[in-house]
Design a protein around this ligand. Structure first.
Ligand SMILES: *[C@@H]1O[C@H](CO)[C@@H](O)[C@H](O)[C@H]1NC(C)=O
Ligand SMILES: *[C@@H]1O[C@H](CO)[C@@H](O)[C@H](O)[C@H]1NC(C)=O
Ligand SMILES: *[C@@H]1O[C@H](CO)[C@@H](O)[C@H](O)[C@H]1NC(C)=O
Ligand SMILES: *[C@@H]1O[C@H](CO)[C@@H](O)[C@H](O)[C@H]1NC(C)=O
Ligand SMILES: *[C@@H]1O[C@H](CO)[C@@H](O)[C@H](O)[C@H]1NC(C)=O
Ligand SMILES: *[C@@H]1O[C@H](CO)[C@@H](O)[C@H](O)[C@H]1NC(C)=O
Ligand SMILES: *[C@@H]1O[C@H](CO)[C@@H](O)[C@H](O)[C@H]1NC(C)=O
Ligand SMILES: *[C@@H]1O[C@H](CO)[C@@H](O)[C@H](O)[C@H]1NC(C)=O
Ligand SMILES: *[C@@H]1O[C@H](CO)[C@@H](O)[C@H](O)[C@H]1NC(C)=O
Ligand SMILES: [Cu+2]
Length: 591
């Protein structure tokens, strides 16, 4: 066994600095198999035979070697969502930008440093493969020196919370459809109808397909949905009819198969059970949404929870009864356990986009209930993802304060206003222009050839400058878009539910200073654009260019991302070309 020069140098550094210097090797073998998900057989992507994939547990400072073995009949890549990839842009997993796709039978070795602590997720970054199940949780245990925010809740309970954090568990919430992602992309082109319905909500991969009666669906239809529906009703999948989605774009509903937006077929799958021990006082969960098209709200009956970290960073703990988890975001919650539990409690996950009423449930079990004696627990969350009582508290993002607070520069060096809307069809989207899926096939990828990508689909930035991106939602009625940025996080400095008619943040701040926060802004890698129900809206984010490389900015809804709601940030081009390790210069790394 040979140890490379660089490995030896690293070992020496570890001994001197006394920091974690483990090299953690992790491997996933990807297969495409018929599996029952939510009780219905379908082809899906399994990672080491699992869906979601196995959890990767790390310590801050670890070096990771993540091997992807593609045993599937189609190409793929893996992205490490929220991981900065400082100095390792070749391990970001975006086809056409940082690497070529990993072909069937090939392998690829991603190497990166777990520099930051917290909750992350790995997932496919090719086309809409996330919808086929290629995702798994990552947790990076903080170094002891990182200050925890638990004493802000209670000094007396701090030890119990620290202990709960040590044993924190991922809860991956997602949605599922009866069709593989490639079929969905084809149905969209043939019919003109964007896919906006699921048939099941999964909690750690478990769930069922429920088909509520039309009476029940009509009874829980929300006021907002009634406004859109007029005289019509929701479908038997509790979805808006496609006319509401397609608008004036052409559509051919005869090309839409059963189960796309109507045609509910019930099936029963397993239910996730979270076993807890009342003696431990607290339990910690990392909520991760890997949905394809839903906006999932999470709640545990009769159990308020402290949100204490978001997107892998601590925040001042906020006590809530329910939290909305935009796709790609991670919310870490500390749940206070009951000293005298009455039985099992229902864990609820419900979609709050107007497009569909759908939910899934799991069980929080103290292991004490005897059959027949379990009482029905009292929900905070209803089937539309809204409050079930007048007193239920939902996380309010405006109240979130990072712990500790970090601040951006007061002025940006460059501003880009990126218009978000549909163009030509209900499933084609813009972020500035419309990023074509064919950009995933740019070869050699942009990291190796800066001119491989058209300026229409990219912006270039200089290293060590501050950039403002205005996500400009130019029309009413768009869903809140989960805007994800690769590499380093951004500060959420402003937002509004009115047209953005300014040329920069500085100009806007003169007219509407109340819409901005430069004092204690959130520091995120994924954040919702504001609602646009009654007017267009906008989101202003500011980031420091500190990691030269090509990184994607995109909506994490799979059909928006594949529909073009994406932009390549060619960061720090003044520091290109980079010193790329020889093995990454290959189209695909031989192992
Ligand atoms: C890697 O994939 C190949 C087929 O592509 C398969 O034969 C091999 O067993 C896989 N290796 C592991 C460790 O799963
Ligand atoms: C909706 O119902 C109203 C009153 O029942 C009726 O006047 C109207 O024509 C209906 N609209 C449509 C589109 O069917
Ligand atoms: C919500 O989930 C319950 C199962 O816990 C199910 O009976 C019901 O039909 C679901 N409602 C919708 C609208 O999905
Ligand atoms: C939900 O909250 C709103 C606003 O506080 C309140 O008006 C409404 O009655 C609540 N819903 C239920 C079912 O209690
Ligand atoms: C959220 O918090 C902000 C700031 O405290 C407040 O202005 C706003 O009304 C709150 N929103 C809701 C829906 O409660
Ligand atoms: C939209 O349609 C126009 C006219 O056919 C075409 O030139 C343009 O490329 C289309 N844009 C996208 C993003 O599909
Ligand atoms: C880089 O991309 C440009 C634009 O597509 C192309 O003309 C050029 O041949 C590429 N260079 C290499 C080395 O592939
Ligand atoms: C880019 O800028 C950051 C500071 O923002 C600096 O730490 C880094 O070394 C620079 N990278 C290069 C390659 O110059
Ligand atoms: C941003 O969107 C608004 C509509 O909400 C529009 O009036 C404005 O022109 C857009 N900004 C740019 C630079 O296109
Ligand atoms: Cu979107």
């Amino acid at each position: 066994m040979k140890i490379s020069q660089s490995r030896l140098a690293l070992l020496a550094l570890c001994l001197v600095q006394w920091v974690s210097c483990r090299v953690v090797q992790f491997q996933i073998d990807l297969t495409w198999e018929d599996v029952p998900v939510a009780g219905a057989l379908r082809k899906a992507i399994l990672s080491n035979g699992q869906l979601p994939g196995p959890a990767l547990w790390l310590k801050q400072g670890d070096d990771v070697e993540f091997l992807v073995n593609n045993s599937m009949p189609f190409a793929t890549t893996v992205h490490f969502h929220g991981i900065q990839q400082q100095g390792t842009p070749w391990s970001d997993g975006v086809p056409g930008l940082s690497q070529d796709e990993i072909q069937p039978g090939d392998q690829f070795l991603y190497k990166w440093k777990a520099a930051d602590y917290g909750s992350y997720v790995y997932h496919s970054h090719v086309r809409a493969q996330i919808e086929d199940g290629l995702y798994g949780p990552i947790y990076i245990e903080p170094e002891d020196s990182v200050e925890r925010p638990f004493a802000l809740v209670s000094q007396a309970d701090e030890p119990a919370m620290l202990e709960a954090e040590k044993h924190t568990q991922p809860i991956v919430i997602s949605d599922w459809r009866p069709f593989p992602s490639e079929d969905i992309l084809q149905i969209q082109v043939a019919s003109g109808v964007e896919n906006y319905c699921s048939n099941s909500i999964l909690i750690n991969g478990k769930g069922s397909v429920y088909c509520p009666s039309q009476e029940h669906i009509n009874a829980i239809t929300t006021e907002a949905q009634k406004q859109i529906l007029g005289n019509a009703t929701l479908t038997d999948m509790a979805c808006l009819p496609p006319q509401a989605i397609v608008g004036s774009y052409p559509a051919d509903l005869s090309k839409v198969p059963k189960g796309f937006y109507e045609g509910c077929t019930p099936s029963e799958g397993p239910t996730e059970v979270f076993q807890v021990d009342a003696a431990s006082q607290y339990v910690s969960y990392d909520l991760i949404s890997m949905a394809g098209l839903s906006s999932l709200v999470f709640s545990i009956d009769e159990h308020p929870m402290y949100v204490y970290a978001i997107d892998g960073r601590y925040v001042e703990p906020l006590l809530v009864d329910a939290v909305t988890v935009p796709i790609g975001s991670r919310y870490s919650v500390m749940v206070q356990l009951k000293s005298d539990p009455a039985g099992d409690y229902t864990v609820r996950v419900a979609n709050n986009y107007a497009t569909q009423l759908i939910n899934g449930t799991a069980v929080l079990s103290y292991g004490r209930s005897t059959p027949g004696q379990s009482h029905p627990s009292q929900p905070y969350l209803n089937e539309a993802g809204a409050n079930a009582t007048t007193t239920a508290v939902f996380l309010n993002e405006s109240r979130v304060v990072p712990f500790p607070v970090e601040t951006p520069a007061l002025h940006a060096d460059r501003t880009y206003i990126l218009n978000v809307n549909t163009i030509n069809a209900s499933y084609i989207w813009t972020l500035g222009n419309s990023y074509p899926m064919s950009n995933e096939e740019l070869s050699p990828p942009v990291l190796f050839n800066l001119s491989a990508i058209s300026p229409a689909y990219s912006i270039t930035t200089l290293n060590n400058t501050w950039v403002d991106l205005i996500i400009n939602i130019t029309t009413m009625g768009q869903p809140q878009h989960p805007i994800h940025k690769h590499s380093n996080k951004y500060f959420v400095i402003g937002q509004g539910s009115e047209p953005f008619t300014y040329s920069s943040v500085a100009e806007a701040m003169e007219s509407i200073p109340q819409n901005f926060n430069l004092e204690n802004p959130q520091f995120r890698d994924t954040f919702y654009s504001p609602p646009s129900n009654t007017a267009p809206s906008w989101l202003a984010i500011r980031y420091l260019v500190e990691n030269p490389g090509p990184f994607l900015l995109h909506c994490h809804l799979q059909m928006h991302h594949t529909g073009g709601l994406a932009l390549a940030l060619l960061d720090g081009v003044d520091a290109w070309p980079m010193d790329i390790p020889e093995e990454y210069r290959m189209p695909v790394m031989p192992v």
